[in-house]
Design a protein around this ligand. Sequence first.
Ligand code: TYD
Length: 141
Amino acid sequence: MGTIKDCIIIKLNVIHRSAGDLAVVEGGKDAPFPFKRIYYLFNVPDGVVRGGHAHKHLYQLLIAINGSFTVVVDDGFEQQEVKLFKQNEGLLIVPGIWRELKDFSGGAVALVIASEGYDAEDYIRDYAQFIRFRNGDSVNS
Ligand code: TYD
């Protein structure tokens, strides 16, 4: 299980052409994990906070492919806020990190590249339970 120090910004390869730019995310290369799923958040109303959970096993790479938003990462010991606003940067979130996504700009699109398919059992949605999980106690949800 990692800490917020493992939640690094990864610069993505961008191919610039006069016809426009193209950013690439290859599993196991640009994203440091093979991935099974992508999803994206959009039409997020003003003032809404998303996330508010941790994952037991899932790795994710978050990219602001339009607009901006702020990610709070928390390993139960330290917290850090990272503002994502560049199309060539992804924030790696390792397993065992509580995260919140907030301050979405108008038109923001948050692309999430995930190492696994959707599994409700991989979520920890209660902060007190998350702290117990970080302390090595068993968590059943
Ligand atoms: P959730 O992960 O809680 O969203 P966020 O962390 O962005 O606030 O997911 C919201 C809802 O969507 C929840 O009912 C689960 C569902 N969902 C899926 O069915 N498949 C998925 O891949 C994801 C990410 C969520």
